[in-house]
Design a protein around this ligand. Structure first.
Ligand code: C2E
Ligand code: CA
Ligand code: CA
Length: 675
């Protein structure tokens, strides 16, 4: 902890400034200090030396005078008084003939050898030795000398004490500078530290608190202003991003994500206050058609206008969200079923007036499903699911509004899933055609096969056509499904058709296909592309389908026939038409419904009908196929009464194309009737 703190100080602005000051002072102050000391020492030494020279000179003059007056006692007196002063520690006179005159008083020191000093404190003996010539000339004319040793300790001591004082001053100065620098840097550093901490907090996502920092240092103030500008920009960016993530771009309404949030909140609030609320799921009718036929631009406009109209009919406390393509959700707080239905009807009335979009007058209708908290569910998932079930129910009963009730359930959810997935599953390849062989009862060989469709739903598993064909008809995708079947399988059947003599493919078409004016040309195109022989294609259509609109059916079937395609009447016997009537249509084949065939030998009521049908059909030149043959007895009976072909589990269940191919190869040689 302490280490970290030290590190922080060391590498902070304060640290750097203090280090800089210390380093520069460490270099500069000794230099300055040395220069001052040197100058001082030089001056005091000079002063001392010139003073003692002056004293020595004066002594020399006095001594010379005494010598001239031959006052030798006077000379010794002078020497004595010189020593008495205390400043002179040693003195003597050497005459030219080598005699030494010393003071009579003893001197404190006696130098071993007299060496003159050139500077103060030269030999570390605290004595400055000096000699001057005297005019104590003898006969040879040589001068004598005055030798003096001055006490220089005072000068050295003064110097040392000055040195000490200076060091104290310097240390004090040093401390003062460092203190001052710390104070100044602290003054700068404190706001910088605040800025640094705020930047860190902002980077960590804490952008709520505005930065309030006023500094007299302009650079810091600018920095603070910039940081505050950045914080504001971040806040608005975050708001925009949040808005984008929670709202639908097109309508500006809350999206599914935010809606789920609101729904959870509504549940929490209503549970606490013991209140109910309603969930409305609204789905536009035939919106896909508008999108597909008029384009997405117009589709988008429809959604925008619808959203606006819906919003105009709602209170501020309610939530309106767009949760999918043409699906809207509404939460009505404090509302029960009856009021919810009233509001739902009002919203639909708001949507319905004609919209004029780019010259198109469009009338939009919608279906609304309602679920009520807590009666229909106490969690968001169930409430949504049940509103969905109710909406599905409304749509398929051609109602505007339906409230959820118990008997709508599981079956409807399945239907709902199927309705939702049908279209996409066609293109995703979840459908598969199986083939059931048809056997010629005269030759005992396969003469064709019927294509029967299966839906492998990713969640619901295998779904049989009795379930999804009516759905596809209602949802208006049967045309697409029929085209997919033909487009997908005709070409695959070509090798089998060519390999097996007199072999045809029967496909089932729905009554809805019979009014599809473009279906035949689509089939013809595929026939041409795939090389599938048109006369080997049979379309099976139920008598009920024909009877729905006999005139139109006659013209469509004639067109099929003109293209070379064969027509078969499927499920014959289940409708109310008569063969005499059906002969108006270009029919090649008649398939007697399996309800007459499967138990033919057991149910004696069926036999006369089957028998008569075969006879009459033959009279009209129509081939008769019996479907649902499950036993040898029935097969034998059918053969006996002249039925042309048979199809059923007795021979084979519907099988996939590879299985069909090997099944055909396996039974190519032997008659299937002998087995
Ligand atoms: P369908 O045209 O009458 O087809 C015969 C139905 O009887 C098939 O049921 C077949 O599997 C079943 N079946 C065959 N042999 C026997 C048997 O010996 N005993 C019994 N009990 N049943 C047998 P699947 O495949 O469930 O088809 C049901 C119906 O769905 C078909 O009746 C047909 O009307 C329709 N369908 C099938 N595929 C398509 C298609 O691609 N398009 C259209 N529009 N309808 C199709
Ligand atoms: Ca059929
Ligand atoms: Ca049938």
């Amino acid at each position: 902890m302490v280490k970290r703190w030290n590190k922080r100080i060391l590498f902070s602005l304060t640290g750097y400034v203090i280090a800089g000051v210390i380093i520069s002072h460490l270099v500069l102050t000794p230099l300055l200090y040395q220069t001052i000391l040197n100058t001082y020492k030089h001056n005091t030494d000079e002063q001392f030396i010139s003073h003692i020279r002056e004293v020595t000179g004066l002594l020399g003059d006095v001594l010379t005078t005494n010598h001239q007056q031959q006052d030798y006692e006077g000379i010794v007196d002078v020497l004595n008084s010189a020593v008495l002063g205390g400043k002179i520690l040693y003195i003597d006179v050497i005459t030219s003939d080598g005699n030494i005159i010393s003071p009579s008083d003893s001197m404190s020191i006696t130098p071993e050898s007299f060496t003159e000093d050139q500077m103060v404190n030269q030999h570390g003996d605290d004595i400055y030795y000096l000699a001057i010539p005297l005019h104590f000339t003898d006969t040879s004319g040589n001068p004598g000398r005055l030798r003096v040793g001055f006490d220089e300790s005072a000068v050295t001591e003064e110097y040392l004490s000055l040195k000490q004082t200076t060091i104290y001053i310097l240390i004090t100065y040093f401390a003062a500078v460092i203190l001052l620098m710390s104070a100044i840097t602290h003054y700068i550093h404190k706001p910088l530290r605040i800025l640094q901490n705020r930047s860190k907090e902002i980077a960590g996502g804490d952008t709520d608190i505005p930065l309030q920092l006023a500094s007299k240092i302009s650079d810091i103030q600018f920095l603070a202003n910039d940081l505050e500008t950045m914080r504001n920009a971040l806040v608005s960016l975050a708001e925009r991003m949040h808005d984008k993530a929670t709202h639908d771009d097109l309508t500006g309404l809350p999206n599914r994500y935010l809606y789920t949030d609101h729904l959870e909140m509504a549940i929490a609030l209503a549970s606490r206050e013991n209140r109910s609320f309603a969930v409305l799921l609204l789905d536009l009718n035939r919106f896909k058609e508008i999108n597909d036929t008029l384009g997405h631009g117009i589709g988008d406009d429809v959604l925008k206008i619808t959203a606006g109209r819906m919003q105009s009919g709602m209170r501020d406390s309610d939530t309106l969200a767009r949760i999918g393509g043409d699906e809207f959700c509404i939460i009505l707080n404090g509302v029960g079923q009856i009021l919810a239905e009233t509001i739902a009807n009002k919203i639909i009335r708001l949507i319905e007036p004609i919209m004029d979009i780019k010259g198109h007058a469009l009338k939009i209708s919608a279906s609304v499903g309602i679920s009520i908290f807590p009666d229909d569910g106490d969690n968001s998932e169930i409430l949504m699911q049940r509103a969905d079930v109710a909406m599905y129910n409304a749509k398929h009963n051609n109602l505007h509004v339906a409230s959820y009730h118990n008997d709508m359930d599981s079956d409807n959810i399945e239907k709902l899933m199927m309705a939702n997935d049908l279209k996409s599953n066609i293109s995703l390849g979840y459908f598969e055609g199986l083939f059931q062989p048809k056997i010629d009862l005269k030759t005992g060989h396969a003469c064709g096969c019927e294509l029967l469709l299966r839906w492998q739903h990713p969640q619901l598993g295998m779904i049989l056509p009795d379930k999804f064909i009516p759905l596809a008809e209602r949802e208006n995708v049967i045309g697409e499904l029929t085209r997919w079947v033909i487009g997908h399988y005709l070409i695959q059947l070509v090798p089998i058709i060519k390999k097996h003599h007199d072999f045809h493919l029967s496909i089932n078409i729905s009554p809805v296909d019979l009014i599809d004016s473009k279906l035949l040309s689509a089939i013809n195109e595929i026939i041409e592309k795939s090389g599938f022989p048109a006369d080997k294609l049979y379309v099976e259509v139920t008598e009920n389908a024909i009877m729905k609109n006999p005139a139109r059916s006659a013209s469509v079937l004639n067109e099929f026939n003109d293209s070379g395609i064969q027509i078969a009447i499927d499920d014959f016997g289940t409708g109310y038409s008569s063969l005499a009537y059906l002969q108006k249509f270009p029919i090649t084949e008649l398939k007697i419904d399996k309800s007459f065939i499967t138990y033919l030998t057991e149910n004696s009521n069926n036999f006369p009908i089957v028998n008569a049908t075969i006879t009459m059909a033959h009279d009209l030149g129509i081939t008769v196929v019996a479907e649902g043959v499950e036993s040898k007895e029935v097969l034998d009976l059918l053969a006996q009464i002249g039925c042309d072909q048979a199809q059923g589990y007795y021979f084979s269940k519907p099988i996939d194309i590879q299985q069909l191919s090997s099944w055909l190869d396996q039974h190519a040689e032997n008659s299937l009737l002998q087995e």
